[in-house]
Design a protein around this ligand. Structure first.
Ligand code: DC
Length: 229
């Protein structure tokens, strides 16, 4: 057993319910929560702000190495910081989502972020959420969950998230963006090995309420925690 508990790796495509589920599971277990996607998004924002080309590996890796990325829990969820500035809302725009997906293809960027993520989670007692948390970051995670949901439902969830921030969204456009990003993300992950991890538990959240998703993952985690103690 690691010092603080198990490592719980939650992966899956955009909009499958990872963020909400992972945060609530972390709360239920009193574990740390790490949003690895927010770290790629932060590098994406840094690239957009610098006016750099997200496809230029050297420029993007240099930026990834030069910025400080932090996450802190707040009353209204986890906040992400770029060089001390709270950029939690700015990293959720379609432009930054696209840049994040582009910067994530560069091996040098992944190396920098994966090393940081491993250092944060090494002692366990953590829920990590992203694409490679059960493959590249913690291939030895005690529990790996892979969340999926159909594209129409994922686009609808994104629309609701955006509406909650006062933004309008066109569901057909969101679906197209999700499909494009899915394909790029899938190709990125498949370059590094089987994806999802062969030992991940697949959970299809289509039509499932958040409460049910959370209860399901917490139950899986409790079995592992008991087995480890
Ligand atoms: O989960 P998200 O939508 O916030 O992720 C943003 C982008 O970062 C997405 O295009 C996939 C990429 N990503 C990644 O390559 N590896 C991770 N561990 C997390 C996210």
């Amino acid at each position: 057993m690691r010092r603080n508990g198990i490592v719980l790796a939650i992966d899956g495509p955009a909009g499958a319910g990872k963020s909400t589920t992972a945060q609530l599971v972390a709360k239920a277990l009193d574990y740390l929560y790490l949003d690895t996607g927010a770290m790629y998004r932060t590098v994406g924002l840094a690239v957009v702000r610098a006016g750099a080309n997200a496809d230029d590996a050297d420029a993007v890796v240099a930026l990834a190495k030069s910025v400080a990325i932090d996450q802190k829990a707040g009353g209204d969820g986890v906040h992400t910081f770029l060089d001390g500035e709270d950029i939690s809302l700015m990293i959720r725009t379609p432009k930054v989502s696209d840049a994040a997906s582009r910067v994530a293809v560069h091996q040098g960027v992944r190396d920098v972020l994966v090393a940081t993520q491993q250092a944060i989670g090494r002692d366990g007692g953590i829920v990590l959420e992203g694409r490679d948390t059960g493959t590249a970051i913690f291939p030895d995670a005690e529990l790996k969950v892979f969340l999926v949901a159909d594209v129409a439902e994922r686009a609808h969830r994104r629309k609701l998230e955006m509406a909650a921030r006062g933004e309008r969204a066109d569901v057909a456009l969101l679906e197209r963006q999700i499909r494009e990003r899915d394909e790029r993300d899938r190709q990125t992950q498949l370059r590094f090995g089987p994806w999802p991890s062969e030992d991940a538990v697949l959970v299809d959240t289509t039509g499932m309420s958040i409460d049910v998703q959370v209860a399901k993952v917490v139950a899986l985690a409790q079995v592992k925690i008991q087995a480890e103690s």
